[in-house]
Write a protein that binds this ligand. Sequence first.
Ligand code: MOS
Length: 724
Amino acid sequence: MTEQLKMDEVQPRLLDETGQGAITRPMDRPEGALKVSGRATYAAEYKAANMAYGVMVRAAITRGSYTVDEASVKDMEGFLGVWTDHMIRNSAQGTMNTNPVQPGLNIQYFGQPIAVVAAETFEQARHIAHALRIDYTSEEGFEVDPETASQVDESVPVDQGDLDRAMADAAFTVDATYTTKPHNSAPMEPHASLAEWDGERLTLHGSYQMLKYNRNELADSLGMDAANVRILSPYVGGGFGSKLGIAPEAIGAAVAAKALKRPVRCVLARQQVFQMVVRRTETRQRLRLAADADGRLTGVGHDNWQSNLPDEQFAEPVTAATHFLYGGENRRNAQSVARLNRMASGSVRAPGEAVGMLALENAMDELAEATGIDPIELRIRNIPEIHPESGKQYSSRSLAQCLKEGAEAFGWQDRQAPKARREGEWFVGMGVASAARTNILMESKARVTLNPDGTALVETDMTDIGTGTYAILCQIAAEMLGLDPSKVTVMLGDTDLPPASGSGGSWGAASSGSSVFLGAKAIRARLAERLGCAPEALRLQDGVATGGNNRRPLAELMDGPLVEEGHIQPGSKSDEMAQASYGAHFAEVAVNSVTGEVRVRRTLSCMAAGRILNEKTAASQVHGGMVWGIGSALHEGVEHDHRTGHVVNDDLAEYHIPVHLDAPRHDVLFIEERDDHANPVQAKGIGELGISGAGAAVTNAIYNACGVRVRDYPATPDKIFPHL
Ligand code: MOS
């Protein structure tokens, strides 16, 4: 049976009534020991009998056509084949729901996957890929510079009131332009696929975030029925957006395996991940803030420029949080997308907020400086009653509390004026930024089985991309069924299991968690019936059911397993209410007065995301967010060659992400909250909340330390020391 819920109504807080105590507590990941001991098998570690090795080949021109000279390699040792056709091209990743581009048979950007070779060993395949002769016919007229692009798609999604007038009439204004570099998702695990065919059936071990969609994408690209595709991704070493859609190596492996009638494993090299999967666009953002004498916003303008391939539909939603975070009647957001022959832009870790809030929260700091109002007080003063564009009510929103309690815990009262605090060569300062990330509920299904011996099983094709899915789904089932979490097994990452929401957009935990909740709720109803009590009267704890003056161990109530499916669907609540998670980030940095080097000393995030399902995995998500925040503030930037557009810094030696010493102590506090409008578990997304705004807390701290305002991210020393 299926327990179905469309989220049209506020649901009772059942998880506050249960008594097992499995939920919320900082439980360790059940799969943690497997991971740290190397026994959790990732995609590239699977082997199959008689397996061949595939290696992808990249285009070495920016635009044009090509032919591959198979004769140039066919006598090389181990050679099994080379394939180049539209199938591989179709796989270049776009966004999750739209079909990726790369139309026709043409090269659109330098580094584009154009072929796959297969050989008996990996080394042979790599050698052959390098030796393969490719004849190119270059087309002139390609463009790789966003500043001079001839095709720019412009739109004005928000134009409300009269921003120009608000700016002219304001007591205080900020009109500043911020820039951010392109970003790479940089998951620890590179993309990898092992494809095996059994007749018309394809089984693929891969590394993906959204299996239900990935299965369809794979089937589409190969021109086959999705029912014949099975994807297995039980462990995923990070995605950060790069595994929302299938990547080229999945098609490469599948095509080669079919032709060879042998399993083929194809693993992307780190450089290939950088060059052919997806990047975040660079942005230029103009922020205009108009405020009255009390610092109350009367106008907010947030215009952005970005780039993508000519036909890609995705555009970085730069203003995602700007729409609803602060008030102000007069509002305008314009967007320009320059069309370039550079690798596709797509979703990377908190698409929108991650870069949009770097600008917005930096601008709010500038407004605080202009008005002389404390940055926390300024933000609190500008929290709107209702959504300033849609007029909707907010669901749960503990932003003010996050700012206040975070400030208290961080020691904000000790903050001084710029350059006032000096320790030897170092200026020391503090910065704050708000965090906000829209909350989303996605359709999700899970099957829950309760056995008479007091064990339970949760099955869904949901993924755990390092986020803690195994833990929280275990905890929800344990809590609902009154079992110790050690009695609950969670099976994930297999498209043969009920299709889940997938991991993306920070919706995974609440969406897949709701489906597990519903499946378990249906089991509770059946147990209540057997016990002879109303479902509301049922208590389940440690394998014993109590209710209506009866008390029975599960084994006595059950004559076999109880199996129920939970199915959550978004409903009118998603449209009626403005739903988001909120928080506040704090950073203390030291800036070297001679070199301009920035060292982050300590950080703190105070977060509110509805019910926290596991305090440990939730805090880990926020730690990761702060690391990315520090990265975007101080280190990260993809560099494109000015002549060809190709990615120059295509590995983790040249593309700098924070290492241990760059990311020191980070405290995470949670505000107790329930969101009744979000879903039946009253939780909101937290995965990407930790990134949103985090980098601006760092640059605002740089300003507070040394009086230098960096508007061009990342804030490398060359942008600081000339101004000291
Ligand atoms: Mo996320 S960038 O939606 O995986």
